[in-house]
Design a protein around this ligand. Structure first.
Ligand code: TTP
Ligand code: MG
Ligand code: MG
Length: 346
């Protein structure tokens, strides 16, 4: 059967989340990583925004070099809980669009969209996902669609940031041919140098070679590489991922001030989330409520229950207790969310 695979990767993820929290940073170079200590720091760069990339800064570089290239950048220590929270919210959005969902790292995931049958319909889904992530998380991502995981991943990387690249099966060889071999996932600087020494620079150089030739030069890995250069990749999107929590959130079409409306939305979400939790054969022991005010200030509060539960009455009273303090000052509310954690098989 013809496959359609989507790969999503967030743009400059850690740095973009920091910009969201502090929009002042949006027009400045931002580097996330160890303390540069005026150029004497010994750690490395986690990531940086695209402005800092123009100065030559990139992930994995010693922070002291980054300082040398762009000393006026804003150097921030990583705030992992913040990025994990954003990642969880993003994954909850993506997974709704296909039952075959595979998170691949903190900022990327695959979806099998073969059920849509056409790239046109898959493209509509990709656009919806981008809009939903932007509306509810205020973050941009890049998406690739292709006939397999390899092409989808290379496509998501093709037009960053905020890209959407669709490579239909008959375009695969052309898409690959002009690219540097470095763009093939798994080829780092060392392998690149080794291949360059053999006069292999572009993927088209690999495409011209026979599988046997490459195997002779590089061993078993050479034949794997031959398949990659042809854009062939059979690995399935693997959905056996075990949920640690289950949640849902709603962004209101207009910011709300009326407590009644906010609480109704919250209880509706609680009912849906509990339904999913129990249908999947789980109980919960943690209830978490998120409230985001109109200015994007976000508060998340949680409570661990004395024992696991499947009861709506319990969930309802916990959710109301957690939400109540945020509704006292009558500020406008943009989003509410409920999450159940510490899931256990019933
Ligand atoms: P990536 O998706 O590789 O990079 P990115 O999201 O920062 O930028 P891009 O727009 O090119 O996708 O990695 C996701 C996050 O993982 C990144 O924001 C920070 C973290 N990370 C590290 O901490 N160290 C690393 O060496 C890399 C590559 C990433
Ligand atoms: Mg990324
Ligand atoms: Mg990534």
């Amino acid at each position: 059967m013809k496959r359609i695979v989507l790969h999503l990767d967030m743009d400059y993820f850690f740095a973009q989340v920091e910009e969201r929290e502090n929009p002042y940073l949006k027009t400045k170079p931002v580097v996330i990583g160890a303390d540069p200590k005026g150029g004497k720091g010994r750690g490395i760069v986690s990531t940086c925004n695209y402005i800092a990339r123009k100065f030559g800064v990139h992930s994995g570089m010693p922070i002291s070099w980054a300082y040398g290239k762009c000393s006026h950048a804003f150097f921030l220590p990583p705030n992992f809980p913040l990025y994990e929270k954003a990642s969880e919210n993003i994954m909850e959005i993506i997974r709704k669009y296909s039952p075959i969902f595979e998170p691949a790292s903190i900022d990327e995931a695959y979806l099998d969209l073969s059920f849509t049958k056409t790239f046109k319909k898959a493209e509509e889904i990709a656009k919806k996902i981008k809009v939903e992530i932007l509306t509810s998380e205020k973050l941009t991502c890049s998406i690739g669609l292709g006939p397999n995981k390899l092409i989808a991943k290379m496509a998501s990387d093709f037009q960053k940031p905020d890209g959407l690249t669709i490579i239909e099966p008959e375009k695969v060889l052309d898409f690959l041919s002009n690219m540097s071999i470095r763009k093939i996932p798994g080829i780092g600087p060392k392998t690149e140098a080794k291949l360059n020494a053999l006069k292999i620079f572009k993927i088209s150089d690999l495409q011209k070679m026979s599988q046997e030739e490459l195997k002779k030069l590089l061993g078993k890995w050479g034949s794997d590489l031959w398949y990659k250069a042809q854009g062939v990749n059979e690995s399935p999107v693997v959905s056996g991922y075990v949920r640690k929590s289950i949640g849902a959130q709603t962004t209101f079409p207009e910011d709300k001030v009326k407590n009644g409306e906010v609480l109704n939305a919250l209880l509706k979400l609680a009912k849906e989330v509990l339904g999913d939790c129990v249908n999947q054969g789980n109980s919960f022991q943690l209830v978490e409520v998120t409230i985001r005010y109109a200015g994007f200030e976000t508060h998340t509060h949680s409570k661990t229950l004395p024992k696991p539960s499947t009861s709506f009455t319990t969930l309802r009273s916990q959710a109301l207790q957690l939400a109540w303090p945020f509704l006292q000052d009558r500020r406008k509310i943009r989003l509410v969310g409920v999450r159940l954690g510490k899931l256990k098989k019933i």
